[in-house]
Design a protein around this ligand. Structure first.
Ligand code: NAI
Length: 358
């Protein structure tokens, strides 16, 4: 298998492969960039079909974090880790502690947090081995689970998208299709419902769908239907790579704005969406609410009103990207990537100059 020439290897600074035979841990920690600060990004635990799939996920997600942290103007670089969930039974605590030791060996170059398949409880286990972990709700003065902040950022982003694309200041009467009713999707639905939006939902977990139908009068559709239902907004809040040539051709919405990381399957898909006249809110810009909250925790500056104001500013940041994309006739994804890369390159240059001067 190729490594440095792999399609998703794009200037990553360091990729660490971790194995602990005793606990069954197999993990990949990818550090895309530490130019702006320590590489921060969550830990995903998933039953990957192959090692290649896990590596690809780690590489893509860590680059996404670099872009996300840069675009949110945080003093953080980008990284991500994936744990390949073992087959059969295993001691989760022992496995996570082994993972914590691996993070610790990086000396603070990587800071982890929750992601799909890991929880606050898991982070507390990792904390027993290393201080380089965030998202710990039981510690006083800490922000805890970042999902509500992610949902708030997505909600602000949906409102900005609706303003830009539909010229409306309210979500009243609009329909939003939400794919995935997990930690983020559920909080998002509650906010949208409060604003008078109609919801169409789906999830693998039927109990979550049922709860959404009961709590918010949501319309439930099948897993295969959500990407083509007629709605004003599609909010992907499950896993990545949902926007492909095939699914984009069938989209029946004006706006795609949701929490999932890496929504575009390929680099060309941002342009495909633009050509269909659909407004796409770049995923790592709209879903930065969680990392904004986490960064305040990491820097020991967690003050809820300040964090909320910064998360709500995601709407204005997106509005700027939308306007720039319109002006240049480019996809919103291209404009966001360019802005993020410019910020990282400027930080690299500054660091190099400082090192030289020293
Ligand atoms: P979660 O694991 O709590 O929820 C994901 C939900 O999607 C689950 O209910 C799952 O059953 C459902 N799901 C999985 N595959 C599906 C499919 N094919 N169709 C329909 N539903 C499906 O995850 P969480 O925390 O809500 O995150 C959602 C997305 O947002 C993920 O892509 C995550 O990487 C991203 N994200 C989350 C952040 C956070 O603060 N939790 C921060 C930034 C991004």
């Amino acid at each position: 298998m190729t490594v440095f020439s792999a399609a998703d290897f794009s200037n990553h600074e360091q990729v660490v492969f971790v194995q602990d035979a005793e606990t069954g841990l197999k993990a990949i920690i990818a550090l895309h960039s530490t130019a702006l600060g320590p590489a921060a990004g969550g830990c995903r635990m998933w039953r990957y079909a192959s090692d290649e799939e896990a590596i690809r996920d780690a590489l893509r997600l860590s680059k996404g974090m670099s872009h996300k942290n840069a675009m949110a103007d945080l003093p953080l670089g980008g990284g991500k880790s994936v744990i390949i969930a073992p087959e059969g039974s295993y001691d989760r605590q022992a496995l996570l502690r082994a993972f914590g030791r691996a993070i610790h060996s990086l000396g603070g170059r990587y800071i982890t947090a929750e992601d799909v398949g890991t929880s606050v409880a898991d982070m507390l286990v990792i904390r027993q081995e290393t201080p380089h972990v965030s998202g710990l709700s039981t510690e006083p003065g800490k922000g805890g689970d970042p999902s509500p902040y992610t949902a708030l950022g997505v909600y602000s982003g949906i409102k900005a998208s609706v303003r830009h694309k539909l010229g409306k200041d309210s979500l009243e009467g609009l329909t939003v299709a939400v794919q995935g009713l997990g930690n983020v999707g559920r909080h998002l639905c509650a906010m949208l419902h409060k604003d008078g939006a109609k919801l169409i939902v789906t999830d693998i977990a039927q109990d979550r769908v049922q709860a959404a139908v009961e709590a918010w009068g949501a319309k439930a559709v099948g897993l295969g239907e959500i990407l083509s239902v007629e709605a004003d907004v599609l909010a992907p809040c499950a896993l990545g790579a949902v926007l492909t040539a095939e699914t984009i051709a069938k989209l029946n919405v004006s706006i795609v704005a949701g929490a999932a990381n890496n929504q575009l399957a390929t680099a060309e898909d941002g342009e495909r969406i633009r050509q269909r006249g659909i407004l796409y809110a770049p995923d790592y810009v709209i879903n930065a609410g969680g990392i904004i909250a986490v960064s305040h925790e990491i820097l020991n500056q967690f003050e809820e009103p300040v964090v909320i104001a910064k998360v709500e500013a995601i709407g204005a940041r997106l509005a700027g990207i939308f306007a720039q994309a319109d002006k240049e006739g480019l996809s919103t994804a291209t404009v966001a990537d360019r802005l993020a890369e410019e910020k990282i390159a400027a930080a690299r240059k500054k660091n190099a100059a400082t090192t030289k001067a020293a």
